[in-house]
Design a protein around this ligand. Structure first.
Ligand code: 26Q
Length: 820
């Protein structure tokens, strides 16, 4: 029976209005006149959601019928950002919704602004996953994102006396209108216990895992609509629930209280996103999260989606992409399923497993590489540890065969590290267990193969490849920058949104004076829009007529927010010393946005320092309002969407060789900001594309950093010879920013002077001189605007559509399956 005869998706103004009112009355249970914004938002979101369901159902049916090869993107984080506008864009219902609401005397923009975003990620890696699933859908690739439905996402940042204070992100308390729970497709995930040997019917020796605990994984589906395609993919996030069978012994023993307590322990698994985005802490619960979502995802894919008894062709049906090492326990998990549950032999199981997984690395910092102690792993996942040992044994056999007598190499390459404790090196396991390993920008992939994984790239050169990151132009241009989008539509047509190479057609407009004037007007309007938002959101008052100099990213020493701050303090110091007249300063608004991991002391001290400098500088009469610092708390995707279109100058100033790629750098360039940056991550490729004359390069490159490290770096020597640097540091130490307390920032300052692991002082002079050139360049309005337009015209490469095409060509080989 074709049920489409009885139902229809709300795609006209009339049907949209009708579905919205039905949602409001029968699902929210309120009348229009009594509805609060919350009710209206929920009803609107559910109305738009319902417009995606037909495509979603058709997509799943078509993929199943075609036995299409599927990309399964395994990621502990998906930093999706607000959903409503994007869903409207993808269903082409924005104007329908606007009109329908207006006829009910409601305002679409007010309701989209009401949304609180799901913050299920820390930063770059999580946002990349979100851009990638958007592009996979837009390109009609059969794909599914698998992750965790954290009850609490990344903490909400507040400032108390200038210090970061974290508040829980209770994003689910009112329920999410975007999710569809599917408890009937729950799967069981096991932990603990021991393994046993036995002989099967055929007399063959077998192993089985006898777990001690089990947890239920409940799937919540999010529809992922693609721009200008009917295909709607799935993001499946897992939530942990205690099983009924949970610790039956305890219930039977009558100890009701501790049975209930054990229940909370199970449900803690998906409770909270870990806010550390480097230096993993080796916490048991984090490992449980990783195994929980990966085991649930593999089980779901094999049993529910694939429903195929024959796993020998698995590599032709699915490709599991590991977003960093967080899901790498999936490698021994698939081995366990093939060996212990499906009865395959080791060699066949290993061949299938290796051909099914690929690994993306996102770091170069040694302290960010995950290791899990053998002790903990063996306690939580005894069978997996056995399998990892066997994988390592076979692998080291190959190393010995290839390099006879080279035991030093064997020890270097072992998946098991011996010191300081026996632990599993997850990046090595991922590399050995995958077909392809990729870095996230050209320089990063190079350094990965030459430094972090050099022994592996020597052994398997063809395994290593690069896929430069990208960002979705739907969210980060079309939605977030309607002014620029309209201008582009008029100049080069509307095709750029899913074919960003077309931005090249903008190039000649850089020389068109009237186009430049329009481009400048858009930038100005975006500044004004941002200024209004910040007044409303944070009570921060800013001038719109200034150079907007923006540094937004997680707070990390290697990203060098301190370098930016030293520049600001230098500008102030010059005026205080009378070297520069305030009236000669280019009016500048410096915007910071950054969360620090709650346990990262140095990062938190730097946040405090920025806020204290801001408090003084913003009120310094000497500056005549020409230098302002804005540090809005709780930088997130929602704020990024307003801020990035308003920026003139994009700060990408990490120490060369430390930032794997960066993706903010791409968003800024695509929105017409010029970059001041080091030769690091994707900055290298941005500069190559936009040209040296449209990019402010400064600082040491990676080989120079390496050379300085090898010679021995002494930060104090820079302080001693550079009066400008001395002035800035002395001003901070003088107590001017700390009510006369000269020791308040000792922790930060003494580290800079005596350690400075990320060579802030070494790059200071180059940075400040380059900022002086920025100021001069900005005063030439026409030349600046020309450069800004060329940045847009030449950075179409950085669409995540191109990244996904690269993954398809080099790694996934999964054809598009557009539905009718
Ligand atoms: C690991 C184990 C335990 C707890 C936490 C973690 C963890 C969580 C998040 C480790 C790392 C992250 C996030 C890393 C990240 O965001 N890396 C960034 O990835 C971007 C996308 O590729 C790059 O552009 C950035 O350069 C890189 O820093």
């Amino acid at each position: 029976e074709n049920i489409e005869r009885f139902i229809s998706s709300p795609t006209t103004v009339e049907s949209f209005k009708s579905e919205f009112c039905r949602q409001l009355r029968y699902e929210q249970g309120v009348d229009l006149v009594d509805a609060r914004t919350e009710d209206l938002y929920q009803a609107l979101a559910r109305t738009v959601r319902s417009a995606m369901v037909d495509g979603w159902i058709a997509t799943q049916a078509s993929h199943r019928a075609a036995k299409a090869k599927t990309v399964a993107y395994l990621s502990a984080e998906f930093l999706m950002g607000p959903q409503l506008e994007n869903a409207l864009l993808s269903t082409a219902l924005t104007e329908v919704a606007r009109t329908a609401l207006a006829e009910l005397e409601l305002d679409l923009d007010e309701l989209t602004a009401y949304e609180t975003e799901p913050g299920l990620g820390n930063g770059g890696l999580g946002r990349l996953a979100a851009c990638f699933i958007d592009s996979l859908a837009a390109k009609s690739i059969p794909a599914i994102g698998y992750g965790i439905r954290y009850e609490y996402g990344i903490f909400r940042q507040t400032f108390v006396d200038g210090r970061q204070v974290e508040q829980p992100d209770r994003w689910l308390v009112k329920g999410s209108p975007w999710e569809l729970a599917q408890p009937e497709n729950s799967v069981t995930v096991n932990f603990g216990g021991h393994t046993e040997q036995y002989t099967d019917e055929t007399g063959a020796p077998r192993t089985r895992w006898v777990p001690a605990e089990q947890v239920l994984a409940v799937p919540y589906n999010y529809m992922v609509p693609g721009f200008e395609t009917r295909n709607v993919n799935t993001l499946r996030l897992w939530s942990a629930k205690a099983t009924d069978a949970f610790d039956l012994q305890i219930f039977n023993s009558g100890d009701y209280e501790s049975a209930v307590r054990r229940q909370t322990v199970a449900e803690n698994i998906s409770k909270v996103l870990y806010p550390e985005d480097s230096t993993p802490q080796g916490k048991e619960l984090r490992l449980k999260q990783q195994y929980f979502f990966v085991a649930a995802s593999l089980r779901d894919y094999l049993d529910t989606v694939l429903r195929d008894d024959d796993l020998s062709t698995l590599p032709e049906r699915v490709v599991f992409q590991l977003n960093d090492t967080h899901p790498v326990i999936g490698v021994p998990e698939l081995m366990r399923i093939l060996l212990d549950e499906r009865g395959l032999g080791w060699d066949e199981a290993w061949d299938i497993t290796r051909r099914t997984f690929n690994y993306t690395c996102h770091t170069l910092l040694p302290e960010a590489l995950e290791v899990w102690s053998v002790d903990l792993l063996g306690r939580l996942l005894p069978r997996h540890l056995e399998i990892i040992y066997r994988i390592n044994e076979d692998f080291l056999g190959l190393v010995r065969e290839t390099y006879p007598g080279d035991e030093l190499r064997v020890r270097r390459m072992s998946i098991i590290q011996e010191r300081p404790e026996r632990a599993v090196r997850m990046a090595f396991l991922a590399t050995v267990g995958s077909t392809k390993v990729n870095g996230v920008a050209a320089l990063h992939s190079q350094l990965l193969a030459d430094k972090v994984l050099d022994d592996f790239s020597a052994l398997w050169p063809e395994k290593f490849t690069n896929v430069t990151n990208g960002v979705t132009p739907r969210r980060f241009m079309r939605l977030s920058n309607p002014g620029l989008s309209g201008l582009l539509d008029e100049a080069i047509g509307t095709g750029w949104t899913n074919d960003l190479a077309q931005l090249a057609k903008l190039e000649p407009f850089a020389d068109d004076a009237s186009f430049r004037a329009e481009f400048r007007a858009v930038k100005q309007a975006n500044k004004e829009r941002f200024v209004r938002l910040l007044a409303q959101r944070d009570g921060i008052e800013l001038p719109a007529d200034a150079l907007y100099d923006v540094m937004v990213k997680r707070l990390h020493e290697y990203k060098r927010q301190m370098l930016k701050l030293l520049h600001v303090v230098t500008l102030y110091d010059r005026v205080l010393k009378g070297e520069v007249k305030a009236s000669d300063l280019q009016p500048r608004v410096v915007v910071f946005g950054a969360k620090a991991a709650p346990g990262y002391k140095m990062a938190k001290e730097i946040i405090h320092l920025i806020n204290r400098v801001a408090a003084v500088v913003n009120n310094a009469p000497e500056l005549e309002g020409r230098l302002r610092i804005a540090f809005p708390a709780n930088y997130n995707v929602t704020l990024a969407e307003r801020l990035i279109p308003a920026a003139d100058l994009s700060e990408q100033i990490s120490l060369a060789g430390k930032e794997a790629s960066g993706t903010g750098n791409m968003k800024f360039a695509l929105n017409g900001a010029l970059t001041i940056g080091t030769d690091d991550g994707a900055n290298v490729e941005i500069r190559q594309l936009v040209g040296d004359e449209n990019f402010f390069l400064f600082g040491m490159d990676e080989p120079a950093v390496q050379a300085l490290e090898d010679r021995g770096y002494n930060p104090t020597s820079y302080y001693e010879v550079d009066a400008g640097l001395r002035g800035a540091i002395d001003l901070i130490s003088s107590g001017l920013f700390s009510d006369g307390d000269r020791t308040a920032f000792e922790f930060v300052i003494s580290d800079l002077l005596y350690k400075d692991r990320f060579m802030v002082l070494a790059d200071y002079r180059s940075y400040v001189d380059t900022q002086d050139r920025v100021e001069v360049a900005y005063r030439d309005e026409d030349a600046w605007t020309r450069s800004a337009i060329l940045n847009v015209a030449r950075t179409g490469f950085f669409t995540s559509d191109r990244s996904i095409q690269d993954y398809l060509d080099r790694i996934w080989h999964a054809p598009a399956k557009p539905i009718a």
